[in-house]
Design a protein around this ligand. Structure first.
Ligand code: NDP
Ligand code: 8X3
Length: 265
């Protein structure tokens, strides 16, 4: 077993499904202590139980809406208290995974909806800033701590109907790069993991619950799974403290580029 996550506190936003839930289970299997946030608390409690079953020495769930500063601050205050109760005298957060986010709609700019644009900017952009600002005081210097943001191949390639999502993930990429400059000298590592096509609830959310439409992006291809991405997150966090994985792009073999996906008949 790799040991760098064992008994270390790992905070994951958007842990109620997809990458975040898989990351909770994967870090749990490493013996980590988990602080999990999302809006669907029932789902989150289930993920926490799965993570404990996988081997997490602690797994706690709490409501979090990264789109609201008050919710982020309340979540971090709760996280700080949980860490103190479980490990008195310490409030050391070893890994912060800013994963909460997603796409809403696939409209062109001409047909775009304010509520979709606002939701994408709130979660993918402002959520990362808010959570990082609130959690940074809990992160130790020179101890191999990591901030891992979940970006996307959409940060690097535009596509029709993707303007707000691509723009949001491009902002995440530049936020990650700025933060790495700001934290240089603290020993806190800053990474972005940028996946391509991955089958989670991402498309169901993008297409507002239309399950048939949500299947289309994956048809005929073998997409990434949430577990593929979770394994990478554990690997990134477990590099030796002097190693920073700056930017990691991962796509399924069938996706050569954002627009070029091999689909079997
Ligand atoms: P899912 O829809 O399965 O998971 C998204 C998670 O984010 C859920 O747990 C959801 O929880 C949470 N979330 C969304 N908005 C908020 C919010 N305002 N506050 C708190 N939590 C929130 O999709 P993925 O696992 O695929 O997505 C995870 C991340 O990966 C996202 O940032 C997405 O943009 C990115 N990504 C996804 C790719 C894909 O193809 N699947 C590829 C590249 C990047 P809840 O609704 O309970 O709050
Ligand atoms: C999700 C990947 O290509 O649907 O970030 O934008 S894509």
């Amino acid at each position: 077993m790799r040991t760098q996550s064992k008994d270390k506190w790992v905070l994951i936003t958007g842990a109620s499904s997809g990458f975040g839930a898989a990351a909770a289970r994967a870090f749990g299997a490493e013996g980590a202590k988990l602080l999990l946030g999302a809006r669907r608390v029932e789902r989150l409690e289930k993920v926490a139980a799965e993570a404990r079953q996988a081997g997490a020495s602690e797994a706690h769930a709490h409501f979090l809406d990264v789109g609201q500063t008050a919710s982020v601050n309340a979540f971090v205050a709760w996280a700080k208290e949980r860490m103190q109760v479980a490990s008195p005298g310490t409030q050391a957060l070893h890994v912060l995974i800013n994963n909460a986010g997603g796409a809403h709609g696939l409209d062109t700019v001409a047909e775009g909806k304010d509520e979709d644009w606002e939701a994408m900017m709130q979660s993918n952009v402002l959520g990362v800033l808010r959570m990082t600002r609130a959690a940074l005081p809990l992160m130790p210097h020179d101890a191999g701590a990591s901030i891992i943001n979940i970006g996307s191949v959409a940060s690097r390639s535009a596509y029709e109907g993707g303007s707000a999502y691509c723009g949001a993930k491009a902002a995440e990429l530049l936020i990650t790069r700025s933060l790495r400059l700001e934290l240089c000298g603290t020993g806190i590592r800053v990474s972005t993991v940028d996946p391509g096509l991955a089958e989670t609830e991402f498309s169901l959310v993008r297409f507002k619950g239309d399950a048939e439409r949500a299947k289309k992006p994956y048809e005929g291809a073998i997409p990434l799974t949430a577990e593929d991405v979770a394994e990478i997150l554990v690997w990134v966090a477990n590099r030796p403290p002097h190693v920073n994985i700056d930017e990691l792009i991962v796509k399924c073999t069938d996706q050569a580029a954002i627009h070029k996906v091999h689909r079997r008949k």
